[in-house]
Design a protein around this ligand. Structure first.
Ligand code: C5P
Length: 310
């Protein structure tokens, strides 16, 4: 007689990547972080995070962009699960399985998405009832953009990026992302930004009213005019070859092209779905960009679902 395979039941959630429509960077604070004013938008490249009860803590990573992600205890998802367990007094380990689609070290918050998804999934698996603010507090201690990725959508980020408030947004935005074969480290990009600024006096960062208005009207052209990233000069200084790709994207009809977050991924806003296809084809066919992804925004965190594993 053969016994039925043993099924483990866990929970699963999909978390989007993000692009910063605007990223204004203030001077460094005493704690080493920089004051930010940023407008985040979730975009439809998703990592899937599943958690299962197990005898020991564990992590497995697969998917299209899995290469190079640490699977040891430095992994942000594993640290997130343990941080939530500590905060809630939970002594039940989980095995985390992540299927990655978000570029790694690309300025699209892939590691942060995995941490946010792990917090949401473990919160459900363990039957906890933390408030959204309590969960956001744990998220903020793990990384500045993790609170945003507990929901996704479109939101204004202040403080060091961890204080988020949803913004009024209409419409769907069509994006083409050009991935870089080499990643960039976020602290290195912030340090380069400081170095390039030298002794210049930097005023407190503010989001642009034009950008918030463009979003509330659903006007992609106006949004394109208002987009900007204070980390872009630093990312371009560290990877000068990005400049030619940015120029190519604009010549192929993008409404705007910017470095995504701390880079090196480049984000191009297209007029509509058809223009996004044309842009993606032109960037690839011309050789101006190797690895391309199309996505739409705003994208939100998916529902928490049941997951099974052998
Ligand atoms: O918060 P997170 O872990 O994502 O930040 C990674 C690094 O990026 C920080 O250690 C810091 O060097 C830099 N950073 C910053 N100011 C911010 C966010 C990040 O200087 N607001």
């Amino acid at each position: 007689m053969t016994s039925a395979p043993h099924l483990h039941t866990g929970v699963s959630v999909r978390v989007p990547a993000k692009v910063n429509l605007e990223l204004r960077v203030g001077p460094p604070r005493p704690d080493g972080f920089h004051a930010l004013a940023t407008v985040y938008q979730g975009v439809s490249l998703f990592d899937t995070i599943e958690v299962f009860p197990d005898k020991e803590w564990g992590l497995a990573i697969g998917g299209r962009t899995a290469a190079g992600v640490p699977t040891d205890h430095s992994n942000l998802a594993l640290r997130a699960a343990r941080a939530l367990a500590d905060a809630a007094g939970i002594l039940r380990p989980v095995r985390i399985r992540i299927t990655k689609e978000i570029p790694v070290a690309g300025g699209m918050a892939g590691g942060s998405a995995d941490a946010a998804g792990t917090l949401l999934a473990c919160h459900r698996l363990w039957g906890l009832d933390l408030s959204p603010a309590e969960l956001a507090q744990i998220a903020a201690e793990l990384g500045s953009d993790i609170p945003f990725l507990l929901t996704g959508g479109t939101a204004l980020g202040t403080g060091r990026g961890e204080q988020v408030a949803p913004t009024a947004t209409r419409g769907t935005y069509h994006w083409v992302f050009a991935l870089s074969p080499r990643g960039l480290s976020t602290p290195t990009v912030f340090a380069e930004c400081d170095r390039l600024r030298g002794d210049a006096v930097i005023s407190p960062p503010q989001p642009s009213p034009d950008l918030l208005a463009a979003l509330s009207f659903g006007n992609a052209e106006a949004l394109a005019q208002a987009m900007g990233n204070d980390l872009q000069p630093a990312a371009l200084a560290l990877q000068p070859e990005l400049a030619a790709t940015l120029e190519a994207g604009m010549s192929f009809g993008a409404l705007a092209g910017i470095v995504s977050g701390s880079g090196p991924t480049l984000a191009f806003l297209a007029r509509d779905a058809e223009a996004a296809i044309d842009l993606a084809v032109s960037l690839t066919a011309s050789g101006a960009a190797g690895d391309i992804r199309k996505a739409t925004g705003p994208a939100t965190v998916g529902p928490i679902e049941v997951a099974t594993s052998r």
